[in-house]
Design a protein around this ligand. Sequence first.
Ligand SMILES: [Zn+2]
Length: 150
Amino acid sequence: MKIMKVRQIENGTVIDHISAGKALYIAQLLHLVESSLFVIGSNLSSSKLGKKDLIKIENYILSEAEKHSIALISPTASFIQIQNYEVVSKEKSDIPDVIEYLIVCPNHNCITNTENMSSRFNIDTKTMTVRCAYCEKKYTVDDIKFKRLV
Ligand SMILES: [Zn+2]
């Protein structure tokens, strides 16, 4: 694992306001450990959250799908785009009502697993639960797995 100590990145993405303790999980989800140059800040002080995690990723722009996955894991997350050491955009995470493909249904007998079909989940942001549109089983966000994104 490459972990650098840098204050700023020249180009890339900062994922800020991650729920404390979730950064490593997000880094694994994005497969950062294998590929990019990144930094994790853990248990940092935050006026908004008390404690937060943060990830800085050099030369990387998150896809919409990646942002949706991160938002499910940590709804407080925000995404900051850096170019030439400057912040060019700041975005709050947003969780769609329906997520296709990204989530693997934990039910082994679900048709999305047995027939290798693309999944479709309805998201309830109030309770942070997801419901498979095929087998109709409900899961908490902590119970689901995400497809490999990169
Ligand atoms: Zn299912």
